[in-house]
Design a binder for this molecule. Structure first.
Ligand SMILES: [Zn+2]
Ligand SMILES: [Zn+2]
Length: 100
């Protein structure tokens, strides 16, 4: 992972949902430590939350129950800060990185 030269940029990139490529909206974090907007994760998993049903993490492919998905209050705060910074300095358009 390359270190970002700009902490603001780093903060903003850390506040971006990999599914919609914009700031987290009601962020949730999965059991495996990946974060998404709640809406994005639900949509990706078929459009609805079925308790007892399993979902697959879009980033690492891990399967877990919805119990393993928690609201990430901290990330919500970080995202709010990043958004405010964004008002002062628009971030460069995030480039799509393909592959690994
Ligand atoms: Zn999203
Ligand atoms: Zn994952």
């Amino acid at each position: 992972m390359a270190a970002s030269e700009c902490p603001v940029k780093e903060l903003q990139e850390g506040s971006m949902c990999p599914l919609c490529s914009s700031y987290f909206e009601d962020p949730v974090t999965t059991e495996c430590g990946h974060s998404y907007c709640r809406v994005c994760l639900v949509t990706k998993s078929g459009g609805k939350v079925v308790p007892g049903c399993q979902l697959t993490c879009p980033q690492c492919g891990r399967t877990m129950g919805w119990k393993g998905v928690t609201t990430d209050v901290r990330l919500g705060v970080t995202t709010r800060i990043a958004r405010r910074l964004n008002l002062q300095a628009p971030p460069p358009r995030k480039q799509k990185e393909q592959g690994r």
